[in-house]
Design a protein. Structure first.
Length: 60
């Protein structure tokens, strides 16, 4: 999941670059960026949950 999060962050960079260079139409770029941000939020939440589960299941 951490690798996927890293890739999603890199994707955001490239989408913003494509938007600023007018390679993508504004509306199309915004839709892709928003969808990518949703993916980043989901991955971040999943990573936090997984880390918390590991902590609570580890022997003390």
């Amino acid at each position: 999941m951490s690798i996927a999060l890293k890739e999603a962050n890199e994707t955001e960079y490239w989408l913003l670059l494509l938007k600023e260079s007018d390679y993508l139409e504004q509306q199309q770029a915004d839709a892709l960026i928003n969808e990518n941000k949703r993916l980043i939020r989901m991955l971040t939440a999943s990573i936090k949950t997984a880390k918390n589960n590991l902590k609570s299941n580890s022997p003390r």
